[in-house]
Design a protein around this ligand. Structure first.
Ligand code: CMP
Length: 137
């Protein structure tokens, strides 16, 4: 059993597809162990994406992730990290496989509908930034 963090980004929240995206997880063996709708401050977004702070897209990423509400979820299941990444599809929706969340709901590499942790170590770190232990059930 493994945990990973999923974030439904501002573009997908604005489109009204929170339920459709959550349903992809639930129908593919990922249980929602915690769920929270919130809006990040610039400081929170910068902290969450600190591993990307030297990348040329960092400022745009922070601006986008603070542009509206997001929905964060802790997903739990066998191989949750890899399973979530498979369901999301490639970071760039133009390269995402048909039937993946990003192919179906994302518009661009910035407005790409969802974020998912890329390793169990980063998942633990990302989950701890958003959820208190008692909120994960
Ligand atoms: P995410 O999984 O949230 O992790 C970092 C985000 O930066 C990524 O999704 C994209 O939305 C965004 N991004 C913008 N440009 C790039 C790029 N060239 N490579 C990777 N991520 C990018």
């Amino acid at each position: 059993m493994q945990r990973t963090l999923s974030i439904i980004k501002p573009d997908a929240v604005k489109k009204g597809v929170i339920g459709k995206i959550a349903s992809r997880f639930e129908t593919n063996g990922l249980r929602i162990a915690a769920m929270k709708k919130t809006q990040w401050s610039r400081r929170e977004a910068e902290q969450f994406y600190a591993i990307h702070k030297e990348r040329p897209f960092f400022a745009d990423l922070v601006a986008f992730m603070t542009s509206g509400p997001i929905v964060a979820m802790v997903l739990e299941g066998d191989n949750a990290v890899a399973k979530n990444r498979e369901l999301m599809g490639a970071t760039d929706p133009k390269k995402a496989e048909k039937g993946t969340i990003r192919a179906d709901f994302a518009d661009s590499i910035d407005a790409n509908a969802v974020h998912g942790s890329d390793s169990p170590e980063n998942a633990a770190n990302e989950i701890a930034q958003i959820f208190a232990g008692f909120e994960i059930i």
